[in-house]
Design a protein around this ligand. Structure first.
Ligand SMILES: [Zn+2]
Length: 258
């Protein structure tokens, strides 16, 4: 009885807080209608749908699969699309375009994440995986064999902002899907900010700053998520670390690619 009272009180309190501080649209900043559990107002939600549709494979109607490729892997004679190097993503990231929804979404997630926003984005990753990796959901793979993990943010950024946005998304995605969430990659030393580096240095920086935090992943299917894929250096290094720990398959998914 007391538990029921607590739950009721919490839901009343939640509603009250929502009235006082309504969720704001991640794109235009307008308050989102209070009955919606969404990151966007209805106008911007349509924009997001259009942006995702524009990014799809026209013939198959499926999410686009990009190949991770960069200068340093070419020099080493590795070819993308074999053991490493595929990532599915939802939309295109255009840094200079104020109407680009992916840009606004990632910016808000990194700086001002709310529960609604994380729920929304986790739902988007789930949709993407349902289409790109249906075997995780249709019983082909047992849910107990699937681990959701993420590319961790640099330590300095976590201290500054107070959270790792990809960790929040990975946890929620795992919850929504009935999978386990586990940190499989750790940061070592002080990484440089990837966006300030060229393709070759990105790869070196990723290799220097990421390490495996897991062993014994034999037979596991690992979903590795990140927000934005540019050269794919972080994804590639992450994928390699997880594969080397014995994973059966690594599925890389991102919100956007630029
Ligand atoms: Zn809006």
């Amino acid at each position: 009885m007391r538990d029921l009272m607590k739950i009721k009180l919490k839901s009343v309190l939640d509603r009250f807080i929502k009235l006082l501080f309504p969720e704001c649209c991640a794109l235009c900043g307008e308050p989102v209608e209070s009955y919606r559990e969404c990151a966007f107002c209805s106008t911007c939600l349509v924009k997001w749908q259009l942006e995702k549709n524009a990014c799809r494979d026209r013939e198959a109607g499926l999410p686009v699969r990009g190949f991770i490729d960069d200068e340093s892997s070419k020099e080493r004679g590795e070819s993308s699309g074999e053991r490493f190097g595929q990532v599915v993503y939802l939309s295109d990231y255009r840094p200079g375009d104020p109407d680009n929804v992916a840009r606004a979404l990632i910016h808000k997630l990194k700086r001002h994440a709310t529960k609604t926003l994380v729920d929304f984005i986790a739902g988007e990753y789930r949709e993407l995986l349902l289409q790109a990796a249906p075997m995780l959901f249709d019983g082909t793979v047992a849910p107990g064999e699937v681990i959701v993990t993420w590319i961790p943010r640099r330590d300095r950024a976590v201290i500054e902002i107070g959270y790792d946005h990809m960790e929040l998304c990975a946890k929620r995605l795992a919850e929504l899907s009935g999978f386990e969430c586990r940190r499989l990659i750790s940061r070592t030393g002080e990484a440089l900010e990837q966006k300030k580096l060229g393709a070759r240095d990105r790869m070196l920086n990723a290799e220097r700053s990421m390490a495996s935090a897991a062993a014994g992943l034999d037979g596991k299917y690992v979903v590795l998520i990140d927000d934005l894929v540019t050269t794919g250096a972080s994804m590639k290094v992450g994928e390699r670390l997880i594969s080397d720990a014995g994973a059966e398959m690594v599925i890389c998914a991102a919100l956007a690619s630029d």
